[in-house]
Ligand binder design. Structure first.
Ligand SMILES: [Fe+2]
Length: 193
């Protein structure tokens, strides 16, 4: 399997948009915390979070090619699924865009649900922090996040159902929000919040 260092080099090479790079790091730390919670492989889960949007800048943010072109990057980098990229990681990355007509993989494993929920909540929590008077992630709490989930006009693009689906893998929504907040607080300086 690729190392964390190799995975990060890929991010550096293919992802140039600053907010996107941060989003991938945020997804990584949430995934690592979830892996520890479930006793799963932290490297597999963390790297899945770190590289899940690897092709987003490469495709020029074109949603019709996003995640589809992940394969192209693997090919260019001579990375083999089942060797460098574990099957479960590949499945999770593909299925995080399961609504795309050309993507066959649907969310089914714990890792699949964890990735789509983590990468979705990461953006939502950043939006929550940015409306705090001090713009700090440390000022955001679980209750205020839940209230904002219900406000349809707040962070409209964030699909709440992907976050709620975390309960399908045996963790409450409250605990998931708590774990995610704690993870982002740990990298607050890095993400500038
Ligand atoms: Fe993402």
């Amino acid at each position: 399997m690729i190392s964390r260092e190799e995975a990060f080099k890929l991010v550096e090479k293919y992802v140039t948009t600053p907010w996107l790079k941060l989003h991938m790091r945020e997804s990584e730390v949430i995934m690592r915390a979830l892996a520890r919670k479930f006793g799963e492989d932290e490297e597999v889960w963390g790297i899945s979070g770190l590289i899940h949007d690897l092709d987003y800048d490469y495709v020029g943010k074109d949603p019709k090619r996003h995640v589809v072109e992940f394969d192209k990057i693997l090919e260019m980098e001579s990375l083999v699924v089942g060797e460098d990229i574990p099957e479960e990681m590949y499945h999770a990355i593909k299925s995080h865009y399961e609504e795309h007509p050309d993507i066959q993989q649907k969310r089914e494993s714990k890792l699949d649900y964890a990735l789509s929920a983590s990468e979705t909540i990461s953006g939502f929590l950043v939006a929550c922090a940015l409306v705090q008077p001090d713009k700090k992630i440390s000022s955001v709490d679980v209750e205020s996040v839940k209230k904002k989930f219900k406000k349809k006009d707040f962070a409209k693009a964030v699909r709440r159902e992907l976050i709620y689906d975390i309960e399908k893998i045996g963790i409450s929504l409250d605990e998931f929000i708590e774990i995610s907040l704690k993870s982002l607080r740990e990298i607050d300086t890095e993400i500038g919040l």
